[in-house]
Design a protein around this ligand. Structure first.
Ligand code: CU
Length: 157
């Protein structure tokens, strides 16, 4: 009887582990799809005009790795309105990408697909640096970058 109980317990445990592993995979896939950057107040009295672009889970601004196919979601956690706008402009002098004007608490998401990678100057599967800034406060106050690299190609090609 004791052995039976033991076996059943073991089976239940194995099932739990399997479920936990599956959940883990799901989380990883979700993480892999979207990069989250929070716009937060900078230091000092002029911190609102010198807000920082900080990746979720990080403490300070730094270039953020993005793989082609991922989305980047910018959320404004600061008081003043801000944007995340590509430094690069197209031939009509329009932003290659830009979030909308984000008020406190608002978010905007941009998909960095292959088309956008190429529009940003990407080619030959090279990683590129994508500089962006805040259109409202200017790049002297708010500027950061993404390191955008193509996804690994499938083996069959
Ligand atoms: Cu700003």
């Amino acid at each position: 009887m004791q052995r039976l109980t033991c076996g059943v317990t073991l089976l239940a445990l194995m099932a739990l582990v399997a479920v936990a592993a599956a959940e883990d995979d799901k989380d990883k896939k979700k993480d892999a799809k979207e990069v989250v950057i929070n716009i937060v107040k900078g230091d000092g009295d002029e911190g609102e005009e010198n807000a920082q672009y900080v990746q979720k889970g990080e403490k300070k601004q730094a270039p953020v790795n993005v793989t082609v196919g991922q989305s980047v979601k910018w959320t404004n956690d600061a008081k003043f309105p801000h944007t995340a706008t590509s430094k690069l402009k197209d031939k009509d002098k329009k932003d290659v990408f830009s979030t909308k004007r984000l008020k406190n608490g608002e978010s905007d998401t941009i998909l960095f697909d292959d088309k956008l990678y190429k529009a940003l100057g990407g080619k030959d599967d090279e990683q590129i640096e994508v500089v962006y800034y805040c259109r409202i406060h200017g790049e002297d106050h708010m500027k950061s970058s993404l390191k955008l690299k193509p996804a690994k190609k499938d083996k069959d090609k």
